[in-house]
Design a protein around this ligand. Structure first.
Ligand code: BGC
Length: 367
């Protein structure tokens, strides 16, 4: 049985009213709606009057009926102003809209309180499923309790909670990557250079580490495992500096600029937890008159278009594909599994997409 067009239209009308308010107030939202259905009716949504339990039941019923046929999906992104998450968001939008869903994206503006409100609004609007990129991993317990309470099938992306945190709700899945793998690959990119990162031949690899947001497991693991790959290969390492750049290009530039001024030629390797910071670091490296792959190495993660160009031009030693398209496809697949009634046992709620090393040799394959 299909969800009646009328119910969809009612829900959409309600969503659009809230959307317009939200837009007027915060400008933090992006909505898609199918033009030919949105004007059908303006009845009061049933969800306004139903109690929480009835609503959960009603939603559960709607879910099966609306899969792939115009269901309403709420997507919360930690902040729109993030290069990688913009690529990811665009991929999600294309896939979801291509499948006929009505999708609303909310910009959390890097503010967990704001994102909590957005999640609550989506629940009040009666969305069929949520896709959430949490602002803070530490907020996972609260987010999971909220969606569980409302009975909304939810896919978490990009910021991975622990298996224990997810285990409390069986209509919850995490789709992402195992960040240890990307860190290890960054280390391998350095080990693959002619002098294994030891440019000055003193038997040690001296590096600076430009970290993402240290609260984020991706930042923690990439920082740890990039260096671990070097030491596992028997190399001695010297950490000249480690600073948080919060995934941000300007901060990457500033940190690299200061470190280059302070440590000069001692720096042999610049590790960046993501490409946006690496692009910033590259600006500082070039301004300091240094030449990547000759007197300094530079690696990032993500394979943003800008980074692929720099790898191709020899201005970055390499990067690691953080597969936004693959993760977006995985997230939508997981969401549809949940909508179809599938549940996930504790300990089996993380779905990983592989990272891939990108070097000048294979960069053309990623463009
Ligand atoms: C990406 C970063 C991005 C971060 C956002 C990471 O996986 O590599 O570029 O800023 O996710 O959480």
């Amino acid at each position: 049985m299909r969800l009646s067009k009328k119910v969809v239209a009612v829900a959409m009308a309600s969503m659009m009213m809230v959307s317009m308010t939200a837009c007027g107030n915060t400008g933090s939202e992006q909505t898609s709606a199918t033009p030919d259905t949105k004007t059908e009716t303006t009845e009061t949504p049933a969800a306004d009057t139903a109690d929480a339990e009835q609503k959960a039941e009603a939603d559960a019923a709607d879910v099966a009926e609306t899969t792939g046929e115009g269901g309403m999906i709420g997507v919360c992104i930690y902040k729109f102003d993030d290069a990688f998450m913009t690529t990811y968001r665009n991929a999600l939008q294309e896939i979801l809209e291509g499948k006929g869903y009505t999708v609303t994206f909310m910009d959390g503006k890097n503010d967990q309180a704001e994102q909590n409100n957005q999640i609550n609004n989506f629940i009040a609007q009666g969305v069929d499923a949520l896709i959430i990129n949490p602002v803070m991993t530490s907020a996972a317990d609260q987010i999971i309790a909220t969606v569980k309470d409302a009975g909304i099938p939810t896919v978490l992306i990009n910021r991975e909670p622990t298996a224990e945190q997810m285990g409390v709700y069986d209509k919850l899945v995490y789709v992402g990557c195992d960040a240890r793998q990307s860190g290890t690959m960054q280390g391998e990119l350095i080990l693959d250079t002619p002098n294994k990162g030891d440019i000055n031949g003193d038997g040690k690899i001296s590096y600076i580490m430009i970290q993402g947001d240290p609260e984020n497991i991706d930042a923690q693991y990439r920082t740890e495992f990039s260096v671990k790959a070097l030491t596992d290969a028997g190399m001695e390492v010297v950490e000249l500096d480690l600073q948080r750049g919060d995934w941000d290009r300007n901060k990457g530039q500033e940190i690299a600029q200061n470190d280059l001024a302070q440590f000069g030629d001692e720096i042999e390797v610049v590790f960046c937890n993501n490409d946006d910071m690496a692009i910033g670091a590259l600006q500082a490296i070039q301004a300091a008159g240094r030449t990547v792959n000759e007197d300094i190495y530079l690696v990032g993660v993500d394979a943003l278009d800008a980074a692929l160009n720099e790898v191709e031009a020899g201005n970055m030693t390499g990067t690691v594909l953080n597969d936004a398209q693959g993760q977006a496809e995985g997230a939508v697949q997981a969401m549809e599994d949940l909508l179809g009634g599938k549940t996930f046992a504790a300990g089996e709620q993380s779905i990983y997409v592989d990272y891939v090393k990108v070097t000048p040799e294979n960069v053309a394959d990623f463009k």
